[in-house]
Design a protein around this ligand. Structure first.
Ligand code: SME
Length: 151
């Protein structure tokens, strides 16, 4: 499904006042995973209190052992420090990478800013090699900006 068609649904989910914020984020994870072919695992990590680590808040896809990721470790931990999108066309080419499943070929992580501070990120794993384009980056930036409004 084209990204533009999903935007109204994302906004509508975020405005669902009778769901908790985590439940709204979880719904978004499922909608993205189910609507976009090359999204096989979708999750939101956030800074864990005052600790220099990320904590998985909610996700759609296979269960992962990596609920806590120290800053600097893996693709996610690097984005916590760099404040920049990280597109990985081939995860096997990365030295600093945390494998969640042998099926994963590629990954994209986009930081989530609240009042200019990098407080978390959306993380997508794909079983397809090199599927992510700038369109994914713009779309995921849009989602994070909308999510930030309800945090
Ligand atoms: N691959 C990530 C770890 C999180 S899993 O993708 C769910 C990384 O290298 O940071």
């Amino acid at each position: 499904m084209p990204f533009e068609d999903l935007k109204p649904e994302i906004i509508s989910i975020l405005n669902t006042q009778d769901l908790s914020v985590t439940d709204r984020l979880n719904k978004i994870c499922h909608v993205l995973k189910n609507s976009i072919n090359h999204y096989d695992w979708v999750g939101f990590y956030f800074k864990n209190g005052n600790k220099l680590e990320l904590k998985l808040r909610t996700y759609a896809g296979e269960e992962t052992d990596h609920e806590i990721i120290p800053f600097g470790k893996g693709i996610c931990g690097q984005v916590a420090i760099s404040n920049e999108n990280f597109v990985v066309p081939d995860v096997q080419a990365q030295d600093n990478y945390i494998a969640c499943s042998i099926n994963v070929k590629s990954e994209i992580v986009v930081p989530l800013f609240k009042n200019g501070e990098n407080i978390g990120q959306i993380d997508i794993d794909s079983d397809t090699p090199d599927p992510f384009t700038e369109k994914d980056e713009r779309f995921l930036e849009f989602i994070n900006q909308e999510v930030a409004k309800i945090l």
